[in-house]
Write a protein that binds this ligand. Structure first.
Ligand code: MN
Length: 204
């Protein structure tokens, strides 16, 4: 599918005269170097983390209510959301009241990733294809998260699970979702972003 078609749902949901989010039309470093992941903490009506993986010129996306864990025993529900443009990985700011996803967003973690998805005979499965099939494994090189993770669609359901793989980066004692809530880009919390960039007296 062409990228502009893929991003159709993204554009339909948003009014770029009102929201500061990128329109996706001026795409920057598309496909240059290693693919990137980004996890944004989004203080919308219900607070959640948006997990995004670069694949085929877009960011494949899931909303993860509890956020990622570093403990392989923790399974985190992940609901697929519409593909986002590549430049969304830099977005941090406030989506104004009344707009889709109203609330503050910070870049909670980001960095390059490597695809670990392989077929039974050991051939690498491209990430876009792996996502379409409902199972993708990858190695993150983030500031807060490192190591292997898997996203797997539940049989016969829309929902997926995000799980830490068992490797030397797994750590059941860490809990970065609660101990490191701030942006890796600016060091700000969603509350600080809302106070600095939100409209005065705005309700979301
Ligand atoms: Mn969101």
């Amino acid at each position: 599918m062409a990228e502009d078609q893929r991003l159709g749902r993204y554009g339909e949901k948003r009014d770029f005269r009102k929201s500061p989010e990128p329109s996706g039309r001026g795409r920057g470093s598309a496909g240059a170097g290693q693919p990137q992941f980004v996890i944004q903490l989004h203080d919308a009506r219900s607070r959640h983390f948006d997990f995004r993986l670069e694949a085929d010129g877009v960011l494949r996306s899931w909303a993860v209510p509890k956020g990622p864990s570093t403990d392989p025993k923790e399974k985190r529900l992940a609901t697929p959301t519409e593909d986002h443009p590549l430049d969304y990985q830099d977005f941090e700011g406030v989506i104004p009241g009344g707009e889709y996803g109203a609330g503050a967003v910070v870049v909670w973690d980001t960095g390059p990733y490597r695809n670990l998805t392989a077929s039974r005979d050991g051939e690498e499965v491209p990430v876009a294809e792996a996502v379409d099939r409902g199972h993708v494994k990858f190695w993150l090189e983030g500031h807060k998260l490192t190591g292997g993770y898997a996203l797997t669609r539940l049989q016969g359901r829309e929902d997926w699970l995000l799980v830490k793989l068992r490797d030397d980066k797994a750590d059941a004692r860490r809990n970065p979702v609660s101990t490191q809530p701030e942006s890796v880009r600016t060091g700000r919390t969603v509350e600080q972003v809302a106070a600095e960039e939100g409209e005065p007296g705005e309700t979301r």
